[in-house]
Structures are given as structure tokens and as C-alpha cells.
Design a protein. Structure first.
Length: 483
């Protein structure tokens, strides 16, 4: 893990070079920005036969990484001979297992060197679940907990997936990043090498950095998010009561994925921060001592890894992978109406709206009933909004979002959009309408929002009007009926 916290305002630099080629996404009415693939999961893991990952096999990989460091100046720093040998070890094991493996040269890295990307066959190419860990270490030592532990955990999970070769519902992509310790440079280069369509393919990125700390805790990135649900479900089943990874925020390779709008989560066991008395009481270990006493030191060897913590992380990765991407791992569709009070006849709940938007005023008729949502129509500069948080169930075959829209305008110029209504789900803009779309009655607008399965997101209508000549955006009978 990188030693200092990145500012949330760090800008993404744009790099065009990449050796990874992805298929172009077809243009559809579905959202094209990234959405999560996680979904609510019962705490018990008995219902899903995810494989048990051998901690002994992971420890064997750690021994290899330690030997590589010993033979190459004592470290596996990005760009060094130790890093190159580490990459070759992982690559050879993956190729032998049948993966499509690509090296991506990071020309902008502090120590120019290669990311390693491995993709397993099966599953839709535009539905990608990605698992990543940084392969490099610091120059002070062999970097076994930081981060051969995450690298080896993913390697063994990848090998088990290949050996079992199950039917896939989504594409699984693994990544081992270079130059993380110098500023998350390898993963940043990768994210910036993707166009918006390719980023949209990635439905979730899961990061694993320092997952074997000897005085470790059980931390999850964005622990309360739907993306984190499968990771949390497995640790919940063990009674571990995981916590938010506060120490690691902005300090590992999930950062630039998150900045690019890709949902993220991951496991960590802690770095140089100190375990609290409350954490020691529920997890064991030593209070007021660092989670990893050898963080960024020469003593970060194979002796600096807890087999128990490592094993729990590795099995949690397998559970998440099977739940997210393997046939039989998806839950049954609960179905039903997702939007509450879509006809606005039951007051304002659960909508949040600008004053007066939900109304039975006679100036504009409702499509059905007496109430509707009437945005703008004032003929003066004004912005009004209508929002509702919705939880989209996973595992369904159909996700049609629809609403009926009547646009009435006094604007007379036929080619200029003076007033606008923007419709968003989460961070995705589904459509923008204007005075140019005015019609004499209601028109139904429909969208396929299957890409939001498993997420809790905000449905938002935002109307903006300029300083003269009214445009009314009247909405009624909003529905998202999953089935």
C-alpha cells in the first residue's frame, strides 16, 4: 500500500497508450457508464459452493516472491529485476492455466514497467468483474504482506477458477499493478487507457492490498456499499464484524477506478495504523500496536503474514467471485415495483422535491388521478428537482424504467433549447428533454436499466428554465417494474 494519502481532487491524466484491446460496446438505450454488479446476499455461505482456497498454496506463492526478492537485491520494487521476475512468475502460472494474459507497459510510471492483465474465458465481454492487487513492493524489503499477500491471493483464486472451469455469467479479469508504491501509477495508467465504453464494461473493481497483516483487522473498502456486499457477506458468516477501511482510503489501486466512476470495494488487514482496544477485543491481537509491525521494512518477509487472516481473505475472494460471475451464484429475482408512489397520489413520500412540484394544480392535468410532478413553467430563471432513492433487485430478466412526460412551452423559436429537463439514474444521464420536445399530450419515455441491478441509486429529474417564456415539464406514472 502506498505510504501517503492522495487528495480526493487529484486529476486523472490522459494517456492514449495501451496494449489491452477490448471489443466495442453496442449502442443501446441502456446506461453506458459504470454500474456495480454486487447485490444483497444472505450471510450464510452454505447455499453457494464457492471453492475453499488453499492457504498452503498461497503461502507457496509467497515463498516464491520472497526468494525472488532475495535473489534480486532484497526487493521487488517496480522496474527492478525483482519486479520483472515476480511478473514472470505470475504470468507463467496464468498462461499454463489457460488465461489470456497481456502485459501493459506503463510509460508514465516513476519506474516504467508492466501491468499484468489476465482474463478468463466465458461470460459477456461487456459485463466484467475485475479483481486487482499491486505486485510491486518498496525498496526497503521483499514486500511480502505489502503486497505479495494480495498478489498471491488473486493468483491462487485465478488458478482455482481455471481448474474448476465453471459456467460464467460475467467476464472475470485479474490485474497485477506496477508502481503502486510510487503513487498508484500502474492502475492510473490502465484506467486512463480505457475509453468511456470500456470503463462502462467494468461493473465492479475489487482491490486486495495487505490481506495478511500479523496484528491484522478485517477491513472492507466502502463496507456499506452494494459493491462490497459479497465480501462482507462472507466475513459476516464468520462473525468477524468487518469495519470500513479508513486507513486505506485513497492509498491503493481502487482509487482511480473510483474516480472514473467504477464501483469499487476490496479487503485489507491494515498497515501502520494501530489496533484499538475494541478491535483487539473482537478480533484478537495486540491493542495499541500496528496492524503490520513490518510495514515498508526489511522484515516484511514470509514470517510477516498471518495464515488465518490470509485464509479468510482468500476464501472471501472466492465467495465474491462465484457470487458475482459464476452460474448458480446469482440470487433469485425478487421482482416487483421499485419506484414508490409513482403516480404521486399518496403525498410526497418517498419523493424529495422542490416546493410545489408535486401538485394537483389545475393548470396542467395529471395523466391519471389528480396529482403529478410539475417542474418549471414559471417563465423565469429557476431550477427544480424531483428525486427518489431506489433499490434495484438483482437476478431479474427485465428492468424497464418508464414515465409519462408532457412538455408544454411558450417558446416560439423552433431550433433553440432554452429550457431543459435532465433525467438521471445514479451518475448516469438517461436523457435530456427541452422545449423542442413539446407535445400536446403525455408521451411515454422508457429505458432499460439492467446495468443498475443490485444497486441503490437515486432517480433524479432536474428542470432548468431561463429568464423568459415558460416551459412546463409534467411527469406522471413513474415505474420501474423488475421481473
Amino acid at each position: 500500500m502506498r505510504g501517503r494519502t492522495l487528495s480526493a481532487g487529484v486529476a486523472l491524466a490522459v494517456f492514449a497508450a495501451t496494449t489491452v484491446t477490448l471489443a466495442a460496446q453496442p449502442v443501446t438505450a441502456s446506461p453506458t457508464t459504470a454500474t456495480t454488479v454486487a447485490r444483497p446476499i444472505a450471510a450464510t455461505v452454505a447455499a453457494l459452493a464457492a471453492p475453499d482456497i488453499s492457504v498452503s498454496n498461497i503461502q507457496a506463492h509467497l515463498t516464491q516472491f520472497n526468494s525472488i526478492a532475495t535473489s534480486n537485491g532484497g526487493n521487488r520494487r517496480a522496474g527492478s529485476a525483482g519486479y520483472t521476475a515476480s511478473l514472470s512468475y505470475v504470468k507463467s502460472r496464468l498462461q499454463s492455466a489457460g488465461y489470456t494474459v497481456t502485459e501493459q507497459y506503463c510509460s508514465s510510471c516513476t519506474y516504467p514497467s508492466n501491468n499484468l492483465i489476465a482474463e478468463w474465458r466465458g461470460g459477456a465481454a461487456d459485463q466484467v468483474v475485475m479483481f486487482g492487487a499491486h505486485l510491486d513492493g518498496v525498496s526497503a524489503g521483499p514486500g511480502i504482506n505489502d503486497n505479495a499477500s494480495g498478489s498471491a491471493t488473486l493468483l491462487e483464486n485465478a488458478l482455482v477458477l481455471a481448474a474448476q472451469n465453471p459456467t460464467m455469467t460475467k467476464r472475470v479479469r485479474f490485474a497485477w499493478w506496477t508502481d503502486e508504491e510510487q503513487g498508484l501509477n500502474g492502475s492510473r495508467f490502465y484506467v486512463n487507457s480505457l475509453n468511456s465504453t470500456q470503463r462502462g464494461y467494468i461493473k465492479g473493481y475489487y482491490n486486495f492490498d495487505m490481506v495478511g497483516s500479523t496484528n491484522g483487522g478485517y477491513f472492507i473498502n466502502r463496507v456499506s456499499s452494494t459493491t462490497a456486499a459479497p465480501l462482507k457477506a462472507y466475513w459476516d458468516s464468520l462473525g468477524l464484524q468487518p469495519e470500513e477501511n479508513v486507513e486505506g482510503q485513497g492509498r491503493s489501486d481502487d482509487y482511480y477506478f473510483q474516480q472514473a466512476g467504477i464501483p469499487t470495494s476490496g479487503y485489507a488487514a491494515g498497515a501502520s495504523a494501530r489496533k484499538t482496544s475494541a478491535q483487539a477485543a473482537k478480533w484478537g491481537g495486540t491493542a495499541n500496536s500496528a496492524y503490520d509491525p513490518c510495514y515498508h521494512r526489511s522484515c516484511d518477509t514470509t514470517a510477516n503474514v498471518s495464515a488465518t487472516v490470509l485464509n479468510r481473505a482468500a476464501d472471501g475472494v472466492a465467495y465474491a467471485l462465484w457470487q458475482l460471475a459464476v452460474s448458480g451464484g446469482t440470487p433469485t429475482c425478487t421482482g416487483g415495483q421499485v419506484v414508490g408512489n409513482g403516480g404521486f397520489e399518496s403525498g410526497s413520500t418517498p419523493w424529495t422535491a422542490s416546493a410545489g412540484v408535486i401538485t394537483n394544480a389545475s393548470g396542467q392535468p395529471a395523466r391519471t388521478g389528480s396529482y403529478k410532478a410539475w417542474l418549471n413553467g414559471d417563465g423565469s430563471t429557476r431550477t427544480e428537482s424531483l428525486t427518489q432513492s431506489v433499490t434495484v433487485p438483482a437476478g431479474c430478466a427485465s428492468y424497464p424504467l418508464s414515465f409519462w412526460l408532457h412538455i408544454d412551452t411558450a417558446e416560439t423559436t423552433g431550433s433553440t433549447a432554452y429550457d431543459r429537463l435532465t433525467v438521471q439514474l445514479g451518475s448516469t444521464t438517461l436523457a435530456t428533454y427541452s422545449n423542442l420536445n413539446a407535445a400536446s399530450g403525455y408521451v411515454q419515455r422508457s429505458f432499460n436499466v439492467a446495468g443498475f441491478a443490485g444497486q441503490t441509486v437515486t432517480l433524479r429529474f432536474t428542470g432548468t428554465e431561463d429568464s423568459s417564456l415558460q416551459t412546463s415539464f409534467v411527469i406522471d406514472d413513474v415505474s420501474l417494474l423488475a421481473s
